[in-house]
Design a binder for this molecule. Sequence first.
Ligand SMILES: C[S@@+](CC[C@H](N)C(=O)[O-])C[C@H]1O[C@@H](n2cnc3c(N)ncnc32)[C@H](O)[C@@H]1O
Length: 282
Amino acid sequence: MTSVWQIDEFWWTGSPITERHIMRFDVVTLFPELFAPLLTSGITRRAYESGQVDVRLMNPRDYADGNYRRIDDRPFGGGPGMVMMAEPLGQCLDAIQSERGDSAPVVLFSPVGKRLDHADVMHWSESSGAILICGRYEGVDQRLIDARVTVQISLGDFVLSGGEIAAMALLDAVARLQPGVLSSAESHQQDSFNVALDGLLDCPHYTRPENWAGIAVPEVLLSGHHALIERWRREQRLTVTLQQRPDLIKSARQKGCLSLADEKFLTRLDDKRLTLGSERDA
Ligand SMILES: C[S@@+](CC[C@H](N)C(=O)[O-])C[C@H]1O[C@@H](n2cnc3c(N)ncnc32)[C@H](O)[C@@H]1O
């Protein structure tokens, strides 16, 4: 018997098959309650509540046998920890797939997977969704992965105690890219990594007061001179990106996204760095 998980007045599972959704993510998780704050807070809640990004939560424990509805067991070959069993996960996937009636990708969050980046998020934000499996314990029985998982995604080179935070990261990044979710003032166009723009990092931002703790806002931002402000922001983006992610400068150059003025500025930055370096070594 499948349970329906309810957050306030919103029902996140068990919607009729006939409903038409632009994008649907079915999340397989032992901890559906972790998703409540994500789905009901902040600017992205609009996307979830309107069904623009339809998120449904399924607990594989509902497909486990016995009084204890056991979902995990000891690893063959010994060793520490427990492993998520293939059978309840498989049955949970069967139920989701037959309800969806499509061939949506089955994603497993895992340190083994490809590290999530902006290009992946863009891909998912234009997709019709996926089934997201959140692992727990030592992970999932490999046979389930081999038989049912189509893509593995990692959040980074570190180990989480479960895939839920990784799933939430993906859902949040996807939701904020949906049309109308961010107001124009909060447009994602100027955000870091936007390859449609140039893929560079964002510039620093400042707000009131003009002077905080004896530190003034860069004067140009108060000048009202739009062209100068734009140039300053561009140079800041180039500076931050060169310092933190020189690989992104290289890709922007390869894609022809750097103007002559950008290149001149970068040469000046490089000269400055070399001068500072030789002064330090002298
Ligand atoms: C404690 S971890 C298992 C770690 C696994 N034994 C290993 O060393 O690679 C439990 C679950 O958290 C999730 N997880 C952990 N780290 C992750 C990461 N970097 N990216 C995505 N999911 C992760 C996976 O779903 C994983 O099955």
